[in-house]
Write a protein that binds this ligand. Sequence first.
Ligand code: SF4
Ligand code: SF4
Length: 389
Amino acid sequence: MSCDGCTVAVAGATNPGIEGLLLGIIPTMPKVILHHTVLSVESGEEFMKPMEDAWHGRLEDPYVIVAEGSIADERIAARTGGYFSAMGSTVMESGDSAPVPTATWIKRLAPGAAATIAIGTCATWGGVPAAEGNPTGSMSLMDYLGRDYRSAFGLPVINIPGCAPQGDNFTETVFAVFLFLQGLGPLPSFDELGRPAWLFTETVHRGCTRAGYYEEGVFAHEYGDKECVVELGCWGPVVNCNIVKRGAINHMGGCMEAGGVCIACTMPGFPDKFSPFFKAPPGGIISTTASRGLGGVIRRLRLLSNRKGNTEVRWDVLDAVPSGWGNVEAPSIPLKAVEFFYNKWQHWGVKAPGRPKGTEERFWGADRPGTSSDYLDNSSAREDVRDGR
Ligand code: SF4
Ligand code: SF4
């Protein structure tokens, strides 16, 4: 029960890329033979044979199963003699052949697998096919196999959620698990829901490039604005996902980078607990109100510091900015006073940069106003500057 989006996402993984596994060119990684409903070139019986062999214990090497899509409750379909999702066929007592539900294949293959991995939110938590109103009784791989499930190597189901997931999250986790399965590394750290802990502990918000706007209490009014989109419906502050840190593909893109809101697609409660997607999360009203109050003050104070840092020391001394691009206003008296006290505070207890008071000013022209052309044409002044006089 999937859209193949997870497959597309993994095909785009770059760090590491899946082709490295298939070619066996990555040090410490075994060469992998992939049987995949979309990517394999075999079809019919040739495609089904490795699965039959794995089921009957005829494979010489360990195998890993990766489930993409949620598992339909085939008992519902069976009531009317049908099926929701199937691979291959079997010959029944009557002599007719009937499709084998995908769920049956999972039951056949999961116990003997070295590891069982769920990719994407449909397989990890049920996702869209399991949302309210679904007629299929769809569920996650965990729900289907139950809490007592362990792979042949003793691992519960490994979950890499996302709709679609970040492709490198999958390949990186597979690599870490392969190191463990070969006895070359420790078991990677997973959280209590079987997610790679190093990828899903932090919230989207903590890595979001718009988080600075949130902190300063500035929010987008409509899509396309550059500020924080929480009031347009972003759930990032309470969602475990790393896509804004890692990018969607090859460190580019990612939901907020592309201008969207976080609809919490990596979360077990997705989609029902985060709908409707076009409304702001109710809890956001408290934090955005607080940010508007405190952040409004902080933002203005930062503007002062930003202005201070945007001028050369030389310009402060000469009281002029020699920019040909536009007029830079001289700071007002109150602003100069603020900067003076800020400097004192900044260098309190430490030596401030620059020469001690009373020594000769290093900027020629501080008390001898002249134009830049005067300066350039005056070779003795240049020598003065060069020689530190
Ligand atoms: S856009 Fe969402 S994740 Fe980013 S800062 Fe705003 S609320 Fe947080
Ligand atoms: S930021 Fe939100 S919507 Fe985007 S991938 Fe992560 S969880 Fe899904």
